[in-house]
Design a protein around this ligand. Structure first.
Ligand SMILES: Cc1cc2nc3c(=O)[nH]c(=O)nc-3n(C[C@H](O)[C@H](O)[C@H](O)COP(=O)(O)O)c2cc1C
Length: 212
């Protein structure tokens, strides 16, 4: 029987949904059955009816939408009974030194916030779309980009996403979906390392800054 995968997403400008669509495409090629649902529409019955659950969410001003952690915590019981994966989408991840689960500040922060331990983690660089943003958002992002040596042209539309990396993640989820449900202790541990190499000790509380 084809493994059933449920992808639940949280997006503001739609790029995370595009990533989900690409994942769905790859997973269908791997002979998995896939459903993609916005977080606000996913029910306990949807979760119960699948073999593997993927949650994907984007970052805005340093945070995933609060509804993401709330959803995870309120469905923790069912999530821990299934194979699971989580991915985050943000612009910081355009930097090679911040594009892995153990080096991306938002992933590290989020894992400290939730008790779910998905077996697979992904970090994808998002999209910058200045013309789409309102005045204040454009100004703020340009300012942060100026400080962090990123693109500041107000006409710039740049997709930083590595689609091959997204597809590879999709294949890994399919492999996971075919495995027996995660045993206690088999889940991914919270990475202890943070994005700042000078701050990588076992007592590390996480990165000090998630600047774009
Ligand atoms: C107003 C605004 C604030 C953002 N804040 C951050 C941020 O704090 N850190 C970051 O890495 N990316 C930030 N981003 C970049 C988004 O995470 C990126 O554009 C992503 O692709 C958005 O995905 P979505 O379209 O699914 O919401 C921000 C984007 C906008 C428009």
């Amino acid at each position: 029987m084809k493994p059933k995968i449920l992808i639940i997403y949280s997006t503001t400008d739609g790029h995370t949904l595009r990533i989900c669509d690409r994942l769905m495409h790859v997973m269908a090629q791997q002979d998995c059955q896939v459903q993609v649902l916005p977080l606000a529409q996913a029910t306990s019955a949807d979760l119960a009816g699948c073999d593997c659950i993927v949650v994907g969410a984007s970052i805005r001003y340093g945070k995933h939408q609060p509804a993401v952690a709330q959803f995870i915590e309120s469905h923790l019981n069912i999530l821990t009974q299934k194979n699971g994966a989580f991915f985050t989408v943000n612009i910081v991840a355009r930097k090679p030194e911040k594009n892995r689960p153990d080096t991306n500040p938002y992933m590290l922060k989020f894992l400290r916030q939730i008790t779910w331990r998905p077996r697979l983690l992904g970090v994808f660089a998002g999209k910058l779309d200045y013309p789409r943003y309102g005045f204040i958002d454009r100004l703020m992002i340009r300012l942060i980009m100026l400080i962090t040596h990123g693109p500041t042209d107000p006409k710039a539309v740049i997709e930083f996403t590595d689609w091959a990396q997204v597809e590879d993640f999709g294949r890994q989820v399919c492999a996971l979906a075919g495995q027996p449900t995660s045993a206690p202790g088999g889940a991914m541990a919270v990475p202890r390392r943070c994005c700042q190499t000078s701050c990588c000790s076992s007592s590390c509380e996480g990165p000090r800054s998630g600047l774009l």
